[in-house]
Write a protein that binds this ligand. Structure first.
Ligand code: ADP
Ligand code: MG
Length: 380
């Protein structure tokens, strides 16, 4: 049993994760960039935060916030990925997982989630795919065969758009995309899904998504910061030797900019966008609050975002939020808002709500064997 030590380690690790609850919140402060208007930048004092590994302080107000992990400006993409690698692994083990990047526009959400397509600057999406491919090869030796399908959509003004569509489709001919939950599986009706069979496949998917985003931007206002994008990898694993089967989903969400718009400036389309963002981000925090208080009603249906992701909140789903922060003095107010949002999410102890099952129909889990059985089988 070559992998038995590892099986024990992984089982133990997952137990610890379960005891700690199913939501982790980490903070990441990006470096100051030349475009940041910040007098401190010119004076060479480029740090507005005091931070250590587990907490972060806004120096001029002395607000202090505790997190599961804090990354400073020098943290590499690879260090950040190490923090989320266990969540990626969980999707292979048959869990549904939600990862969020939260923060104001320009704070580093897209850099964190997507980053460069290749090389050291790769963000979580390409690294997750590469990690999964390596694991899939390893698990093949133990009889597991995985199939992987990706969807990539954005949610703008409570409308879902397919980022994997043919970019030549005119904006006014886009199909309406719906969400269907059934047997614990979430399906995006009308959206393309792409079979992923090698780490290189992600390059084409990300290029197509970027192309679709820029097409939309010229015809309808630069809106990528005003929309949520959700990359989902659906994994199906079957073990021909043991007859076990499992289904996991990894949802990687680059959320819309959390910044508030001055009330006087918000009119027309801007007002509509702002209302849609506020509605969905507060719906997201309402989910965490409802789960932590063991409420019998979890309001998944209050936004497209929470409805789409509901399976990974319920039951044995796992969530991780990265709160991205800009060190610029101009962003101080927004940073404080982001930190407050994140600590609201963080203070909720989902460990208590572990037995919670979604009230909505179709949210029951379909993993045919127990989680522990599957993990042991995977690692032994
Ligand atoms: P957001 O998606 O939150 O609007 P971006 O990810 O686009 O923000 O980041 C804004 C700018 O800052 C981009 O030019 C990005 O490359 C840069 N940036 C963000 N985070 C980092 C980082 N950790 N290291 C270096 N550059 C970063
Ligand atoms: Mg972005």
């Amino acid at each position: 049993l070559v992998h038995s030590g590892e099986a024990v380690r992984r089982t133990l690790h997952n137990r610890i994760q379960e005891l700690r609850g199913t939501i982790r919140v980490v903070a990441r402060v990006r470096p100051l960039l030349s475009g940041d208007s910040d007098e401190a930048h010119a004076s060479g004092v480029n740090f507005r935060f005091g931070l250590d590994k587990l907490s972060l302080e806004l120096k001029d107000s002395q607000h202090r916030f505790a997190f599961d992990q804090v990354f400073g400006e020098s943290a590499s993409q690879s260090e950040v990925f190490d923090e989320v690698a266990n969540f990626v692994q969980s999707a292979l083990d048959g869990y549904s997982v939600n990862l969020f990047a939260y923060g104001q526009t320009g704070s580093g959400k897209t850099h964190t989630m997507q980053g460069e397509v290749t090389g050291d600057g790769r963000g979580i999406i390409p690294r997750a795919i590469a990690h999964i491919m390596t694991e899939v090869d390893r698990l093949a030796d133990q009889g597991w065969a995985y199939t992987m399908k990706a969807t990539f959509v954005e949610i703008y003004n409570e409308t879902i758009r397919d980022l994997l569509r043919d970019p030549s489709t005119p904006m006014d001919a886009l199909p309406k995309i719906g969400i269907r939950h059934g047997d614990g599986i979430t399906t995006l009706i009308g959206a393309n899904d792409a079979i992923v069979s090698s780490a290189a496949d992600i390059v084409g998917l990300m290029e197509r998504a970027n192309e679709n985003r820029s097409v939309a931007a010229t015809s309808m206002n630069a809106h990528s910061s005003r929309s949520h994008s959700v990359f989902s990898l659906h994994l199906t694993g079957v073990n021909a030797e043991s007859g076990e089967a499992l289904q996991g989903v990894l949802n990687l969400c680059d959320l819309a900019g959390s910044e508030r718009l001055a009330k006087s400036k918000a009119t027309g389309d801007r007002l509509k966008e702002t209302q849609a963002i506020n509605k969905s981000l507060s719906a997201l925090s309402d989910i965490f609050v409802a789960l932590s208080s063991n409420s019998s009603h979890v309001p998944y249906r209050n936004s497209k975002l929470t409805y789409l992701l509901q399976n990974a909140f319920a039951g044995q789903g796992k969530s991780l939020m990265i709160v991205n922060l800009s060190p610029s003095i101009d962003s101080r107010g927004e940073s404080l808002c982001s930190l407050r949002f994140a600590s609201k999410v963080h203070n909720t102890d989902l460990g208590k709500a572990k037995k919670h099952v979604a009230a909505a129909p179709g949210a029951k889990r379909t993993r045919p064997s127990t989680a522990l059985g599957v993990r042991t089988a995977n690692g032994s």
